[in-house]
Design a protein around this ligand. Sequence first.
Ligand SMILES: Nc1ncnc2c1ncn2[C@@H]1O[C@H](COP(=O)(O)OP(=O)(O)OC[C@H]2O[C@@H]([n+]3cccc(C(=O)O)c3)[C@H](O)[C@@H]2O)[C@@H](O)[C@H]1O
Ligand SMILES: Nc1ncnc2c1ncn2[C@@H]1O[C@H](COP(=O)(O)OP(=O)(O)OP(=O)(O)O)[C@@H](O)[C@H]1O
Ligand SMILES: NC(=O)CC[C@H](N)C(=O)O
Length: 541
Amino acid sequence: MSLRVTMAQLTCPVGDIEGNTRRIVGAIETARDREGAQLVVFPELAVTGYPPDDLLLRDDFTRAAENALQAIQAASRGVTAVVGVPLRDRRGLHNAAVVVQDGRVIARYAKRELPTYSVFDDSRHFVAGDSPCVVDVAGTRVGLSICEDIWWPTPAREAVAAGAEFVVNLNASPFHRRKQAEREAVLRERALDTHRPLLYVNMVGGHDEVVYDGGSLAVDAGGTVQARAPRFRSGLCTVEVDTDHGNVNGEQSTQPSEEGAVYQALVTGLRDYVQRNGFPGVVLGLSGGIDSAVAAAVAVDALGADRVQAVMMPSRYTAPMSLDDAQAIARMLGIRYQTTSIEPIFQSFLSSLAPSFEGLDPDVTEENLQSRIRGTLLMALSNKTGRMVLACGNKSELAVGYATLYGDMCGGYAPLKDVYKTEVYRLARYRQSLKPAFPDNIFSRPPTAELAAGQKDEDSLPPYPVLDDILERYVEHDESEALIVAAGHEPATVAQVTRLLRRNEYKRRQSAPGPKVTPRAFGRDRRYPISSGWPGVPVTS
Ligand SMILES: Nc1ncnc2c1ncn2[C@@H]1O[C@H](COP(=O)(O)OP(=O)(O)OC[C@H]2O[C@@H]([n+]3cccc(C(=O)O)c3)[C@H](O)[C@@H]2O)[C@@H](O)[C@H]1O
Ligand SMILES: Nc1ncnc2c1ncn2[C@@H]1O[C@H](COP(=O)(O)OP(=O)(O)OP(=O)(O)O)[C@@H](O)[C@H]1O
Ligand SMILES: NC(=O)CC[C@H](N)C(=O)O
């Protein structure tokens, strides 16, 4: 027997039940009429988008999602579709999949493994299912599973024990570096365990702090990937599942490089944040440094050059080279560019504060004032034009608090929030290889905040390759300080970095959201207390 199945790799914005229903109905019709599909499989919670978070606590929301099934049901004449939707039964609310066939609902399946780690919070809203679900589609028995289910052995094993000839898996699986390889390894393990083909259908698009990268997969019973859908692009991917031989026939689309995937995740995250929140464009401070240069390139690739506005705001500390480089970046990217000196405002602030600061030496206070003046000017431009401000800081800076609250941290979205400084350089090189966007200077100049005379980042912080390695070990791998020292880092440097990391949780908590691209991002993913007595900070009460 063989079954023609369309993996509907859709974009499903959270809360847009009406729009998602339209997209699902359209995909069912196209899959049936154009692709000749007998079965169409959608991503996890395609009706509501994922994760709807506490919208799920509202009866009116879950009822609207359930009502949407009527239109989807009606569209299923002559075909079978598996659609992700929250469903309530007498046990509570489930993260469910509904099977519609020929205008009728023929089965309901409740997700069994509810992830409550990383960015996921399924147990907060859902009750876990406890049994497999196998449906008959044109004489072939198909087992159902939802996202996290496939990362564990039991759900697929039990579906096969209940007669499934292959298993479909509905996903809302967020991107991070090397995630696709992790998925392929898990699917291989599951196929080898069950001796059945598996179809893995993922979502596409940016939702606040996560990005779905698509890349739906079809794996044969021997665990070999036989079809790969494009990454970061919505569309239909149709495969033929041969259940007699445990084989799958489909197309292999070209996959991006590791750097290309991270860059596309940033572009997708920013584009969808701006679109879903209705901004006409973005505005950013362009300093001539590498962070704002890469943020500007991401914005151009996400929105088009005409929706990106850059402002150079020089002070007495701005080197002529910074002005030249900022102008060159703006010209190469083709974006609107203006120069607004902060000097008169800075001068006026200093005069107003002079009586209060009498007898006190200049310090970081005066540095931060410049940054806050820039933030204020950018917010004024935002208010006047409707364009959202981009915060251009990177993960290394945010980790150690090397950023100014209400200054360079000001903004609605931070595209580089989960990108270490060393990765910013790699992304800049990747982007430059596609189409020149930056003058060579930005690769060779030592990073500087230019908030004081002759300032360099490395005066305050360890060299970025050292800093980033310590951060990755501490943040992503939870390594102890002793382990990081044993890996070859200076004890004093490790102590400095981890102390700064712990002390700056308050700053990160006030930072703009940005797209997760590492296995552990600040924000929804890494949840640490702000006030904490661990380790060894005595609590005074
Ligand atoms: N636990 C806590 N909970 C809540 N609030 C807390 C807090 N601890 C301090 N604070 C508050 O935070 C303030 C300190 O934070 P903040 O004012 O940001 O200032 P701060 O962290 O002291 O300084 C900002 C640093 O970022 C550097 N930097 C690097 C690159 C670029 C830029 C730029 O701006 O372009 C800046 C700059 O050179 C400086 O070293 C304190 O004065 C206090 O008001
Ligand atoms: N002179 C300036 N004009 C406009 N914006 C600025 C200026 N200086 C700083 N900014 C803004 O503040 C942010 C933080 O500055 P920071 O120096 O950390 O980054 P950068 O200049 O982009 O890169 P680098 O760290 O490599 O110098 C910048 O990304 C930019 O958005
Ligand atoms: N929505 C989910 O259940 C996702 C969990 C899964 N392990 C993933 O990230 O791919």
